[in-house]
Design a protein around this ligand. Structure first.
Ligand SMILES: NC(=O)c1ccc[n+]([C@@H]2O[C@H](COP(=O)([O-])OP(=O)(O)OC[C@H]3O[C@@H](n4cnc5c(N)ncnc54)[C@H](OP(=O)(O)O)[C@@H]3O)[C@@H](O)[C@H]2O)c1
Length: 287
């Protein structure tokens, strides 16, 4: 990206999936401004409408899309409709769910990740996001314009023992996006992949264990937006955790596993987990 392009880089129609969640909301508010049209995608109508009102107050025009991204065909139709009505200049594919080893509050629940949760996480984080990205690439490559931003995780770069399904889902998303980016290097479409560390949101509140260098959602959104503006397409933060991830790759796996024990965590089930009832003492998500 040239200096002039950087200075003038202002996406006009921005889609944000997972806009009803912590990071999605912060990104929407970060980009809300006069001249910007925001398509806010999620499932929770009340949170999406409240966000739309806040973004409208900042001068943006907004539309709310309620759609479960696991419904692949309906999601494809929705994203193509949005793009046909007003070509997307940027799509931030941010929807995500997490699961992991259950806290061992009840011995019969054990410490494993519930299989249904691991599969659901793959459906949302990997299949759902890949479906939207691949669908949108068709009109974007045809017009040789557009920018897709995928929100992955540091867990995509080194698997976290506390979250096997989540690590696998983000690695799948990251590999799909990287392979596509290499294939489309001269197609005129920009693909950026973001690998955040811990961010203070409803998702991370269910994570029980150390969360080193956790940042607020606003700070994470600002960091992502400023790195994108600077033309960066691989965004890994915070820096110290990015470095730690690199170092882990230099170690034999048993030694890496030994160090990772100091950062071990478990994950309270969310409301959609079959284990939720068994963990009804789990802290409910605060929004
Ligand atoms: N928080 C962290 O520490 C952290 C770290 C690294 C990466 N990330 C990634 O950042 C992204 C945002 O996470 P967050 O922390 O902001 O979590 P969050 O507050 O739990 O928000 C998750 C968002 O995803 C949406 N979503 C979940 N399942 C969906 C489905 N089936 N269909 C459509 N939308 C769905 C939710 O919408 P509804 O509630 O309306 O269904 C919500 O808007 C995720 O991809 C996450 O993996 C988070």
């Amino acid at each position: 990206m040239s200096t002039t392009e950087k200075a003038t880089y202002r996406p006009r129609h921005i889609l944000i999936t997972g806009a009803s969640g912590g990071l999605g909301q912060a990104l929407a508010l970060r980009y809300a401004a006069q001249g910007v049209f925001l398509s806010l995608w999620g499932r929770d109508a009340a949170r999406l409408e409240a966000l739309a009102a806040a973004c409208t107050a900042k001068g943006a025009e907004c539309v709310v899309i309620r759609q479960d991204i696991r419904e692949l065909e309906a999601s494809r139709e929705k994203i193509l409709e949005l793009d046909a009505a007003r070509p997307l200049t940027m799509a931030i594919l941010n929807s995500g769910v997490s699961s992991g080893l259950l806290p061992q509050k009840k011995p019969d629940l054990g410490g494993l990740e519930p299989v249904a949760d691991a599969c659901r996480v793959m459906e949302v984080n990997a299949l759902g996001a890949i479906n939207l990205m691949a669908t949108l690439l068709e009109p974007m490559t045809a017009r040789q314009a557009g920018h897709i931003v995928l929100i992955a995780s540091l867990a995509a770069l080194y698997p976290l023992p506390g979250s096997p399904g989540y690590s696998a889902s983000k690695a799948a998303l990251s590999f799909f996006a990287r392979a596509t980016r290499m294939a489309l290097f001269d197609a005129g479409v920009r693909i950026s992949i973001v690998y955040p560390g811990y961010i203070e949101t409803p998702m991370s509140r269910r994570l029980k264990g150390p969360q080193p260098l956790r940042m607020t959602a606003d700070a994470a959104a600002e960091h992502i937006a400023s790195r994108l503006l600077a033309g960066k397409d691989t965004i890994i933060f915070p820096r110290m955790l990015a470095l730690g991830t690199r170092l882990l790759h230099l170690l034999p796996e048993p030694l890496a596993a030994f160090f990772l024990r100091y950062f071990a965590f478990t994950v309270e089930p969310d409301r959609e987990s079959p284990a939720y009832k068994g963990h009804s003492d789990a802290a409910p998500s605060k929004r």
